[in-house]
Design a protein around this ligand. Structure first.
Ligand SMILES: [Zn+2]
Length: 96
């Protein structure tokens, strides 16, 4: 497990966690470390993901990223940034 060096496992935010799915995970990563994580480049390098909103591939460069085609918000947990773990917040979700 290549963590981000912190114990985010022990509850940041309300109910969300690094193993949440969908919108919960997106909100968790977005709020992690008071927002210091979301704009950081993914440690393993950009992930080539298929947007779960419009099926277009794009590069997820930071832990929270937005599909350039439809604006769909995606995120991946810093401790396990793989394509399989990328979560999609849903079509109606917009970042605060
Ligand atoms: Zn999209």
């Amino acid at each position: 497990m290549s963590g981000c060096g912190c114990n985010t496992v022990n509850g940041v935010g309300a109910g969300g966690g690094p193993f949440s799915k969908g919108k919960e995970l997106v909100e968790f990563v977005y709020n992690a470390h008071d927002g210091a994580v979301r704009d950081q480049p993914i440690s393993a390098g950009p992930l080539e993901v298929i947007c779960q909103g419009c099926d277009t591939s794009f590069a997820l460069v930071t832990y929270v990223g937005i599909c350039p085609h439809c604006g769909g918000v995606h995120a991946v947990a810093p401790m396990n940034p793989t394509v399989d773990n990328v979560q999609f917040a849903g079509k109606s979700f917009v970042l605060p």
